[in-house]
Design a protein around this ligand. Structure first.
Ligand code: ATP
Length: 330
């Protein structure tokens, strides 16, 4: 029954993981790749079809051609980067996930309120300079990938930095000193269960190299890679509880379907073993690429290699079996 459907995605980010997982679950697979990368994607036997484009922004034209096929699109980080939030919302092909979540994810204020109202621990935010407890990180609203973030440790520098932000929106946030941990969750709206699939920590340059220097250099947060990490088992229940709280709140804020499928909480853990959640990504994150063969956490839940990409395909397969595809597609 699965092989009537084709799982499709853009050729970038976690496409290989998603398509390998789809193939392993018995789906046909399709990648929409940049023309110059077609030969790269041809290397992989689990990809059944490749459609070449000059630019990912041509996706709407491709969509038109695919509309008579039984396609299910799996979004990943590059969808928003290349098609924009509106481009994602306008997509007409069946899309795995709830597009209403995008509004809450990409508006910093809405996302901040969602996390805070979930009852999980988030960094303090300061409205008034007089109240600031240092160090703080100033985040401009337009920043991406940690560019446009500034760390300051005294009032004088804070005032100077804020002057350079004239006309831009920004937030002054408590700088949490600790180890970063990115937790990869999957929430099934078919079983109403949350699963921790894997975890990683990001390697960011230059902040992750500063401990090697005897002098001060301003930090930057440009991601260059991801490495695996396992969490102390005693902290695992809290990791589950945070994910459940965020899902529950999303059902109140965003509507009954709420957040489902893969998502990631970006946390920093302080020496008193407290998690601070700095961001949520409501889709598959690139750190899951470490675990195409599964992870210690996925292994505890499944007796077979289960990546997040494969877990998505498994969910679609289960929905087809139960005649509930409408519940998981937008
Ligand atoms: P992306 O969208 O790629 O996740 P972004 O621009 O939204 O990037 P964040 O993920 O929010 O940026 O933050 C980038 C990095 O900055 C984090 O990985 C972390 O190292 C650091 N950082 C952000 N907020 C804080 C904070 N409150 N305390 C300490 N470090 C922080």
């Amino acid at each position: 029954m699965n092989n009537q459907y084709t799982i499709a995605t853009l050729g970038s980010h976690s496409a290989l993981q998603i398509l390998k997982g789809a193939h392993d679950e018995g789906f046909k697979t399709l990648v929409i790749a940049l023309n110059k990368q077609i030969s790269f994607y041809k290397r992989y036997s689990f990809i059944d079809e490749i459609i070449g484009v000059d630019a990912f922004s041509k996706f709407p034209e491709i969509e038109e051609k695919l509309k008579d096929k039984k396609i299910i699109v799996i979004p990943h980080g590059s969808f928003v980067a290349y098609l924009g939030m509106e481009g994602n919302k306008k997509m007409t092909l069946p899309y795995f996930g709830n597009k209403r979540v995008l509004d809450f994810e990409f508006d910093r204020v809405k996302q901040g309120n969602w996390l805070k109202e979930s009852g999980i621990n988030t960094p303090k935010e300061f409205k008034n300079i007089e109240e600031v407890e240092f160090p703080v990180i100033i985040k401009s609203f337009g920043a991406a990938g940690g560019k446009g973030y500034f760390l300051v440790n005294n009032k004088q520098d804070l005032i100077k930095k804020i002057e350079t932000f004239k006309g831009q929106q920004y937030v002054i946030q408590q700088y949490v000193v600790g180890v970063s941990l990115y937790i990869h969750y999957f929430y099934s709206s078919l079983t109403n269960k949350l699963e921790i699939m894997s975890m990683d920590r990001r390697y960011e340059t230059n902040v992750d190299a500063l401990g090697r220097l005897p002098f001060n250099v301003p930090p930057s947060y440009v991601v260059v890679g991801n490495s695996p990490l396992v969490l102390r088992e005693s902290m695992l229940p809290e990791a589950y509880s945070m994910g459940e709280k965020v899902v529950k709140k999303s059902q109140e804020l965003i509507g009954p379907k709420g957040l489902f499928g893969p998502f990631c909480l970006e946390t920093i853990i302080t020496p008193d073993q407290k998690f601070y959640v700095i961001e949520i990504s409501a889709r598959i994150v690139a750190g899951t690429n470490l675990f195409i063969e599964g992870s210690p956490y996925a292994d505890l839940l499944y007796n077979e290699p289960m990546s997040t990409g494969r877990r998505i395909a498994r969910e679609i397969k289960n929905a087809i079996k139960q005649n509930k595809l409408d519940q998981i597609l937008d």
